[in-house]
Design a protein around this ligand. Structure first.
Ligand code: AMP
Length: 180
């Protein structure tokens, strides 16, 4: 991974204590989109991973995966496909329910957007406990037989999500690893 970019991201990403609730150190990735030079470097770095794994489709997880995903897809001239929260996508869909701290949530993808031989890269801004990413893994496992790649700008490594996702035999790329 690009050390110069890592140093820049560590310096530039705003960290806001006690948002949205007390005790959370909120990583504000909009400090990246406000800076066109860093945004370009982030998209270039994710594109290197895209080429390395011969990715044929980019998948973005709602909502912040929708910021970086389409930029990477466009740069590599490959399609962008969204994973959305419950009830937002029309047509035939595949669903995966997953557990939150309190209650359940559900993510969905359009059934015919991914083909069995697609090599997909799933993009989200951040991985923490891995709940969202692992639900996405389970959803996609029913659609493509190829190994999946997950890319994040930030890995809150001490919360264990990336370790769990790697144990499921996925490629994982994160631009920086910080304590959550
Ligand atoms: P998780 O499912 O626990 O891995 O949480 C990942 C999702 O929650 C990502 O889509 C993030 O956008 C959001 N998230 C979790 N923790 C933080 C944090 N400390 N700062 C910003 N976003 C977070």
């Amino acid at each position: 991974m690009n050390k110069r970019l890592q140093n820049k991201l560590e310096k530039e990403i705003r960290v806001i204590p006690d948002f949205p609730i007390k005790g959370i150190l909120f990583q504000d990735i909009f400090s990246i989109t406000e800076n066109p030079k860093i945004l370009k470097d982030v998209v270039n770095e994710l594109s290197i991973q895209c080429k390395k794994y011969k990715i044929t489709k980019i998948i973005g997880i709602e909502a912040r995966g929708f910021i970086f995903g389409p930029l990477v897809a466009q740069k590599n001239s490959i399609p962008f496909v969204p994973i959305r929260k419950k009830g937002k996508l029309p047509g035939k869909i595949m669903k995966k329910k997953y557990k939150l701290e309190y209650g359940y949530d559900q993510i969905e993808i359009q059934k015919y957007s991914i083909l069995d031989n697609d090599k997909v890269m799933v993009i989200d801004d951040l991985i923490a406990t891995g709940g969202t990413a692992i639900a996405s893994y389970k959803l996609l496992r029913g659609l493509t037989s190829k190994k999946l790649t997950f890319s994040f700008i930030i890995d809150l490594y001490n919360l264990g999500g990336s370790k769990k996702l790697k144990a499921l035999n996925n490629n994982i790329c994160s631009l920086i690893k910080v304590k959550g």
